[in-house]
Write a protein that binds this ligand. Structure first.
Ligand code: NAD
Length: 419
């Protein structure tokens, strides 16, 4: 393919060298004429292991050249990649000035040359940016079709070529089949699963990936600080933690949903925080865990109150389905909060109901939640009788089927977002 790359920074140069190696004809474009001259003379404008030789090889074989002339680059290519910088503004938002101006330049060239073109945005941008680019192209390229995709880059400086060759996946954010086909063809030599999703989702995925990496670093650092306070080696702790790929480094617990609860997580987070406080070890990330957890419950309570209903059915009371354990259950906190606001609640949770009948949970309910005894009902049908709103706390398949078949006339709030 003939590919122009706008922005010869870390991403642009690595991409140029790797695409040329894979057989494509690449034209690099940058407003910085020094970078353009360096590339044309076979010199790499950035320091990155292995990149100098790869780039020099591409220039020598005539597969790579660079220019400051965007119109000429668009004329000589079928697809343009945008990898210009997207720095932080003073307020912390993403400064999209360079992205917008490159879109205008490419759009003007497309209009001038009356040829359709594929444009692939690789810069890291907030959700909704590709749509903004589309609006720019509609204004500037006028009636010429521009096929757009967002394709985030996951390389890390220092291991950029290896990361380019073996990405976790290739994400193509587009609903345009021409753009999708072009991106697939461009990466034909890269062995990675391809995920085609909406542009906004793809844009969000890249933000989340980087935020998750930052959160991991900060989490490990806080654990290191607290461990040091105990005289324990934090490296050893974290090495053992990451060896558990069932619960620790795994998809488990990694879905947006309701708050955590139960007899262990709240108690043990609280205990670790207490230790950190006693050692005078700052751990703001760990401290935020119960704060955001309680907020998750409060936000559900506020959504219920905003619905201006009084009669509520709560499907699920224990801290998770298929257990009768009510200790630190977020559903209990939610129910208490709503009762305090004057709501009438009927609660369906079969294991808790049966445990109450058999007496195993009765003592706990009587001593901790005396007013809950009368709220528990035997069937979901009883719970929704006269209800105006149903809160689905346990999104089991049985509960979902019941909600689909019997709650069509009611407002439904699934706290796990599964319905
Ligand atoms: N650096 C990384 O490791 C990395 C990894 C993944 C994604 N990203 C993202 O990729 C994007 C680029 O990052 P980078 O580190 O390569 O940036 P960079 O700052 O190193 O390079 C950006 C280049 O764009 C050029 N440029 C600006 N306006 C231009 C225009 N109108 N026409 C042509 N060129 C223009 C600049 O002169 C500069 O050379 C950013 O959005 C970044 O967040 C970076």
């Amino acid at each position: 393919m003939r590919i122009s790359i706008f922005g010869l920074g870390y991403v642009g140069v690595v991409t140029a060298a790797c695409l040329a190696r894979d057989g494509h004809e690449v034209i690099g474009v940058d407003v910085n004429s020094n970078k353009v001259a360096l590339v044309n003379s076979g010199h790499c404008p950035i320091v990155e292991p292995g990149l100098g030789d790869l780039l020099a090889g591409g220039v020598q074989t005539g597969k790579i050249r660079a220019t400051t002339d965007s119109a000429e680059a668009v004329a000589s290519s079928d697809l343009s990649l945008i990898s210009v910088g997207t720095p932080s503004s003073r307020q912390g938002s993403t400064d999209l000035t360079y992205v917008h101006s490159v879109c205008k330049e490419i759009g003007a060239a497309i209009h001038q040359q009356s040829k359709e073109h594929v444009v692939v945005l690789r810069s890291t941008v907030p959700p909704g940016t590709l749509k903004e680019c589309q609006d720019i192209f509609e204004n500037v390229a006028k009636f010429m079709p521009v096929h757009l995709a967002f394709n985030p880059e996951f390389l890390r400086e220092g291991s950029a070529i290896k990361d380019y060759n073996q990405p976790p996946y290739t994400i193509i954010g587009t609903s345009d089949p021409v753009a999708e086909g072009a991106v697939r063809k461009m990466y034909a030599a890269v062995e990675a699963p391809v995920i085609v999703i909406k542009p906004e989702t793809a844009e969000m995925v890249k933000f989340v990936a980087n935020t998750w990496h930052a959160a991991k670093v900060s989490f490990a650092n806080e654990i290191g600080r607290v461990a040091r306070g105990f005289g324990i080696d934090g490296h050893e702790v974290m090495e053992i933690i990451v060896r558990d790929t069932k619960l620790n480094i795994s998809p488990t617990y990694m879905r947006p949903g309701f708050a955590y609860g139960g007899s262990c997580l709240p108690k043990d987070v609280s205990a670790l925080l207490y230790c950190a406080r006693m050692m005078d070890t700052p751990a703001p990330l760990l401290q935020a865990i119960p704060v955001t957890n309680n907020l998750q419950i409060e936000l559900v309570a506020q959504r219920v109150l905003q619905a201006k209903v009084r009669r509520i059915a709560l499907l699920g009371l224990a801290f998770k389905p298929e257990t009768d354990d009510l200790r630190e259950s977020p559903s209990v906190v939610l129910a208490k909060r709503l009762l305090g606001e004057g709501c009438e609640i009927k609660i369906y949770d079969l294991p808790v109901y049966e445990a109450k009948l058999m007496g195993t949970n009765l003592a706990y309910i009587k001593s901790n939640l005396p007013h809950f005894e009368d709220l528990l009902v035997a069937t979901p049908e009883e719970a929704i009788q006269s209800a105006e709103l149903v809160i689905v706390a346990h999104s089991t398949s049985k509960i979902r089927e019941f909600v689909y078949s019997s709650c069509g006339h009611l407002q439904v709030l699934d706290v796990n977002g599964a319905l």
